[in-house]
Design a protein around this ligand. Sequence first.
Ligand SMILES: [Mn+2]
Length: 473
Amino acid sequence: MGYGEFISLINDSTDKIREFIDHGNSFIVFYHIDADGLSSGAISSVMLLRAGARFITRAVRSINEILETIPYLQSDTIALLTDIGSGYLSILREKFHDKQFIILDHHQPDGEAEKHWIHINPHLCDVDGARDISSSGITYLVSKSISEENISLSPIAVVGALGDLQDKSSEKRELGGLNKMIVEEAVKSGLLKVSDDLLFYGRSYRPIHLALASTTSPYIPGISGSEAHAVSFLNSLKIRLKEDDRWRVFTELSEEEKKIIYNGLMKYLSSLNFSPSIVKELVGKIYELTREEEWTPLKDAREFASLLNACGKTGNEWIGLAIAMGARGEILLQAQKILEEYKRRLSEVLDYLIRRENWQELKHIIAINGGTAIDERMVSSASSILSSSDLLPEDKPLVMLAISGDKVKASARASMKLIRMGLNLGLVMKKAADRVGGVGGGHDIAAGAEIPLAKKTMFLAEVDAIVGEMLKS
Ligand SMILES: [Mn+2]
């Protein structure tokens, strides 16, 4: 079991997908609203478009939207699920066993697919779906297997993987596993450039202090989100912010100046009693899309991902989908506005969170009860950022809750240390949600759930108990 088997699984499905297309079946592409989901949706759409298939697309926040839509589809319509689906195989089988599904997903599978469905998931071949490949990577490999011209989509697969933070567990913020293979394909085709540097946000086009203030991965308390603090920090290091009348950008700094900033951040963090080691997360691989303009957030694959995420999480999925499919011009300007606004709101949420007003330390987990103060669609990004800060203990996973209507949205994150100790958050969220009449699942390191509001306290108690149980064994 491994990469070879997984690639065969993909190749074996190609003929069947091609048959559906040739046979005139139409498709509905469901895709999840985060960066990996939008990238997967875009790759599937371009693939179907190029193959001359009839299709429509539909962004979804949760499995419920899919369950509600399927009964209204025409009988010859194939449901193509990307970045969602594997975690809900039993529900899908129970309700729609005679429908035709194609599921391209890297979340931990729950049960098995029907024999006549196409289910492509790395976990089926013992490939690590949390780190080695994303849904956009899977969708890309399928699209390439359908037609070689789809190699042009390889950078979008890289964007999706970075959107899911699949570089996070490596020392040098580098994509590994099958992701690395896709990176190499993209580089060979002249579509991607990889280099080593400090990962500041907007490094090639934002004034240095803004680049520093906009960097949230890793999260630097006091500086991330605060322009004024970023300016005074850089001034204290005597870094020149301007060249004549023009703001300098990060890529213009000398190696010496970069070193001064790096060491300055370490000192700054220790002075606040934070671990200086999180600065190490600033050093890593830069993935640049060679065909994009220098001054746009599409140049840097991580920023491309945050732009897609911002579109997806603000009800502007179609803009994100269009950008990932290749639209530029006016649409890109709109997307950039959405991104700026989203970043502003996210930093407000983080400001609120780091005041620790609603933090609760249970026996085995840290619970943050965001109530209605946190937009339910920001929970996932906020918990990712918090988990890359030094604000959380390494030996307890984070579970963040936000209320939306009569439902609670939960998002959980764990450290690599906990994963090595045997924690599997996907399983934890699934079990705990099951016990309170909700749905949940995901990856070992990052997972989520949606549960009834009335069961909030019970849910946290269940999560706490299951985590304790899992770490004990
Ligand atoms: Mn994903």
